[in-house]
Design a protein around this ligand. Structure first.
Ligand code: BEZ
Ligand code: FE2
Length: 404
């Protein structure tokens, strides 16, 4: 048993003083330090540096490790030119992305306090690294393929990848999961099969949804920039589904929808009604010219995630939170800082069906310790100071073991 003592514990959106946490691989008690010492006299006592906040480990729900080699290959600024550049450079980017590079990026996440991430996997090439890293990984095997002719073959390949992620070593912290690439790129027949598979196995399910204005125009009218794209690369000029039909495919199974920037208020209300959640990727949306998700209007839990280096400049979760503070410049900043910390802890845990994200008895002992540069002058501003002053955490625990 270990007992961790710090100046503040982040519990239910508040910063509580004079409390400590006792844990092995799970949290056993949260109480006054003297009470815990009495209850567990043989425990190892760990005293954090002054001005430290114990947060539950942060959760980055949506990242594409396979695209970690991108620096300047992909065209930023507008969604369709970016997607064209993905098609053009995909093979080279995959070739340049080796295990050492992906491992380095997982380490960058770890240092920023990320104890769990959702890895969206197109090809399964990052499975080995995800087994080796200390973090918990929700391994999202991605299904793609709008052409009915190749659908069975692509579904077969997808099933093989799902199976590989299900047979990982017990020592790894991998949860097998399923990702649907998007409404425009997945045929409804295989979409339904994948949703049923997720539901049968109670696997986390995620899908990119309404990321760009071009996607909306294509799905609604079969027009716009996607028309030329599909004519050029897929020899077709009609979308395989509608927004409504796509959404209905997820009616009976709560799903983590990524982006949703171009969703209408009615569509967002529908997501909330069905128990779905959203992954919000502020820098990715800004860099690809997709617009701003109106988070102030959301009435459902949402996570904040980095997306991959295919549409970002780092996988540091604090870089993402600082970007979110800037992007949502009309929201009162202290309130927004508190909201964002909830997004990367308890909201994210709910979205990915995890047993972490809060400092409560029975939860996984995953902690990120943030040390502020001085005693905060006003304790009510700790959320904002945490985000502004942190590039790397001072200590980090996963399942009760220290990794930073
Ligand atoms: C497709 O299979 O339809 C697809 C794949 C990648 C991007 C867009 C569409
Ligand atoms: Fe993504």
């Amino acid at each position: 048993m270990k007992i961790l003592i710090a100046d503040y514990l982040y519990i239910d959106g508040q910063f509580i003083q004079n409390l400590a946490v006792a844990f092995d691989s799970h949290i056993q008690a949260v109480d006054l330090p003297e009470k815990l010492l009495e209850q567990y006299p043989d425990a190892t006592l760990i005293r954090a540096e002054p001005y430290t906040v114990i947060y539950p480990g942060f959760i980055n729900t949506h990242v594409h490790l396979e695209f970690s080699a991108n620096k300047t290959s992909l065209k930023y600024g507008s969604f369709m030119p970016w997607l064209d550049s993905v098609i053009e450079h995909r093979d080279d980017l995959m070739k340049d992305c080796d295990n050492a590079m992906m491992r380095h990026e997982c380490d960058q996440m770890l240092r920023s306090g990320v104890t769990t991430f959702g890895a969206i996997s197109s090809f399964g090439t990052e499975l080995q690294i995800c087994e080796e890293v200390p973090q918990r990984v929700v391994f999202f095997n991605e299904l793609i393929g709008s052409n009915a002719q190749y659908a069975d073959m692509l579904y077969g390949d997808f099933l093989e990848r799902v199976k590989a992620s299900q047979s990982c070593d017990d020592s790894s912290l991998i949860t097998p999961a399923i990702a649907i690439h998007s409404p425009y790129s997945v045929h409804p027949i295989i979409l339904q099969r994948a949703v049923t598979l997720a539901k049968q196995n109670q696997m986390p399910l995620s899908a990119h949804f309404l990321e760009s204005q071009a996607e909306r125009e294509w799905l609604e009218k079969g027009e716009g920039e996607f028309k030329a794209f599909f004519e050029k690369f897929f020899n077709t000029s009609t979308p395989v589904t509608t927004i409504e039909e796509f959404l209905h495919a997820f009616d009976t199974y709560p799903t983590h929808f990524t982006h949703c920037v171009q969703a209408t208020e009615d569509e967002l209300a529908y997501l909330a009604q069905k128990g779905h959640t959203i992954a919000h990727c502020p820098r990715s949306n800004r860099y690809l010219g997709c617009g701003r998700l109106a988070i102030e209007k959301l009435e459902l839990p949402f996570s904040v995630a980095t997306d991959g280096l295919s549409s970002n400049d780092s996988l540091n979760i604090f870089d993402e939170l600082r970007a979110a503070l800037m992007l949502h410049n009309d929201i009162e900043i202290q309130q927004l800082a508190l909201q964002l910390l909830k997004n990367v802890t308890s909201d994210a845990a709910q979205a990915l069906r995890l047993n972490n994200g809060s400092l409560k008895v029975g939860k996984d002992a995953d902690f990120a310790l943030v040390t502020l540069p001085e005693l905060p002058k006003r304790p009510e501003e700790i959320a904002l100071w945490s985000i502004l002053h942190t590039k790397e955490v001072s200590k980090l625990y996963i399942a009760g073991e220290q990794y930073v």
